[in-house]
Design a protein around this ligand. Structure first.
Ligand code: VGL
Ligand code: ZN
Length: 428
């Protein structure tokens, strides 16, 4: 990206070490949570609990390649449940296309047939959760902002991995067990899809590693290839000391249950402990787009913003999953749609630059900042119906003086504009 090079001024160069520190900080997250856990436990002396969400992915939902009956019913339950835990982890079935558990990779074999796969018994499945496909993505309605870490599993074509902790031969750890221990966790609650496979094996491994383990029944569903498979799975977990619990019982014991002070059409005001903040209703997040045209112009939008009673210059942006019928779209698709609506440009590539809180003291909203390139003007832009949006195409080389001049006229500049410029200049 030659033009972004212009931004690689010496001044920006010095930020390299800051960026390096920032990525190191990510590794310190678990320690931070452990620290926080110790803090909150001091008054009540309770065990530190984590929630493990197993494989809540499109292919396991109705309509997916390996659909679990009523798999989607667990999503609102899981979303509510997450608030009761200081640590939430998610596993993700994440197969290469040539995975040995797919019947399609064994000519002459059928789905749900049992074979020997490199010395281990293997049930053959339909092709599912192939890395990078829609089927492997988390369910769009699953709230993700509390998920501290995602553990992929089944990534080795030669061996399957039902458990989120180890492969089926117990040869390799996914790192989840070690991470939970490093985070100060002693007790885990396992839920998700599917009860009779990945949930069961995850729970059994957790118990074996010494975690006090529970199975959250109403936050899980099973495949039931045989009608009593779920029942048998629960019995097997019971024999390993794992008890079935209901989400309502967990939520009842929550120490600081969030209270909804008001729910409007778009926002809800929540009070949690002494803290008040805003949740979006019917949205899963927001997309921000740093878009650079072939002529090396940055697309910025200017509009009057009611809360600040001023015109503002911002990156093109939009809420993800806010329109009826759009709740299933992926973040990148949402970013593409918003860019086209607001600016009239369609983007060839939409790459993630970073993701983080929009304004962490005020709202739970998280934003994903995209870098759009390969832009082609295909529409007129200007937003939908009532939105009065002016699109500016600002030459990259002149952007700082342009923003300064704008600010002098009383227009407010969103600081995230600078974040977009900075990150795009890092060329990452
Ligand atoms: C699963 C079968 C194959 C599961 C994953 O998540 O339960 N089941 N791969
Ligand atoms: Zn699988």
């Amino acid at each position: 990206m030659p033009a972004v090079e212009i931004l690689r001024l010496d001044r920006l160069g010095r930020f390299d070490s800051i960026i390096a520190d920032m990525s190191e900080g990510k590794n310190r997250l678990a320690d931070g949570v452990a620290e926080a856990n110790r803090g909150s436990g001091s008054s009540k002396r309770q065990m530190m609990k984590a929630l493990i969400l197993v494989d809540i992915q499109n292919d396991f939902l109705p309509g997916g390649a390996l659909a679990v009956p009523d798999g989607d019913v667990i999503i609102p339950v899981v979303n509510r449940l997450q608030a009761a835990f200081s640590l939430v982890a998610a596993t993700r079935d994440w197969h290469p296309a040539d995975h040995g558990s797919f019947a399609a990779n064994h000519p002459g074999k059928k789905v749900f047939e049992q074979i020997d796969l490199n010395g281990l018994p293997q049930m053959l499945w339909p092709v599912h959760c192939v890395q990078g496909t829609f089927g492997a993505e988390f369910a769009p309605a699953l709230r993700r902002e509390r998920i501290a870490r995602i553990f992929p599993k089944g990534t080795d074509a030669a061996i399957d991995s039902y458990s989120g902790l180890f492969d089926n031969g117990h040869r390799k750890s996914t790192g989840l067990g070690e991470w939970l221990k490093a985070s100060g966790i002693q007790e885990v609650f396992v839920c998700g899809l599917a009860t009779d496979y990945c949930v069961k094996f995850t729970a059994l491994d957790a118990a074996q590693l010494g975690f006090k383990t529970h199975f959250v029944e109403d936050a899980s569903r099973g495949v039931n290839l045989q009608p009593d498979d779920v029942e048998k799975a629960i019995a097997e977990m019971n024999r390993a000391g794992i008890k079935a619990v209901q989400s309502a019982d967990i939520l009842k014991q929550q120490m600081n249950p969030p209270a909804t002070l008001h729910t409007g059409r778009f926002l809800a005001l929540i009070k949690e402990g002494h803290w008040e903040y805003v949740d979006r209703v019917n949205a899963t997040g927001a997309a921000l787009i740093f878009a650079l045209t072939a002529e090396q112009k940055v697309l910025l939008v200017e509009q009057y913003r009611i809360p600040v009673h001023a015109r503002t210059v911002e990156l093109p942006a939009g809420i993800i999953g806010d329109e009826p019928g759009n709740s299933k779209e992926s973040q990148a698709e949402a970013a593409r749609r918003e860019l086209l609506e607001e600016t009239g440009y369609s983007a060839e590539t939409m790459a993630v630059l970073t993701t983080g809180p929009a304004c962490s003291g005020i709202t739970s909203e998280r934003v994903t900042l995209f870098h759009a390139s390969g832009l082609r003007r295909t529409g007129k832009g200007g937003g939908v119906a009532h939105e009065d949006i002016t699109v500016h195409e600002v030459p990259l080389a002149e952007i700082m003086p342009w923003l300064e001049a704008k600010a002098k006229t009383g227009v407010l500049i969103d600081p995230k504009v600078y974040a977009g410029l900075f990150l795009a200049a890092q060329g990452k």
